[in-house]
Design a protein around this ligand. Sequence first.
Ligand code: SF4
Ligand code: SF4
Length: 230
Amino acid sequence: MQVNLDQPVVNALNPNFKKERKFSFLERIYLPEIFKGLIYTFKQMFTPKFTYNYPEERWSPPDIFRGRPVLVKDGDRERCVACGLCARACPPLAISMQASEVSDDPKERYPEFFEINMLRCIYCGFCEEVCPEEAIVMSKDYDLVFQSREEAIYGKDKLLVPKEDLKDRLNYLRNYKNSQFGNTWDFQEENNIHSVRDRDREWNTGLSLVDLLEQQSQADSSQAKRFWKT
Ligand code: SF4
Ligand code: SF4
């Protein structure tokens, strides 16, 4: 068949293309097609539901889920030591903070303010990945609402979450992330004195720095020897 490509035609490579647009009588009155659609809809009413009546019914994500990043509150203070690694690793530059020191202990650092711009956050989890203190983790919160750009900047008041409420994610990280330590990365311990992972590698405790210090203060000398090498 000779195809004239200069002329715009419908499906010019199909020799029967002229018949393609012809409807039968039943197709032209549309009623059979409408009934077919109604029967399909009726059948769906008896199939299992995979949807939630949100927000009355809420989905509970698995531990691997990356919701909004939050700061871990350990007791009455944050775990964060304001090292700035998370802000450095954050691809869209969503994190900003200012470090300060506790007046009676100048070695103890904490973030005077810590902000995450949730309009920028892409939930990548890099901040959680690089944090040496398990101080910032991805929570299960997925429904964020704000009415202005200012409201979307979360400060410590919105970011701090007690560690008890983040137990699932912290356990997931310890089982999954910490066990990989040393296989992929090789941090220099002398440059990373706060590292939970370094402590884990040496002592294999599975505890965070704050947990270690808490346990040390609570335990008697015989118990402490199990974890602290002399
Ligand atoms: S999840 Fe990613 S984008 Fe969001 S604050 Fe953390 S590093 Fe930044
Ligand atoms: S990486 Fe962790 S400890 Fe360092 S500033 Fe970020 S949240 Fe704080």
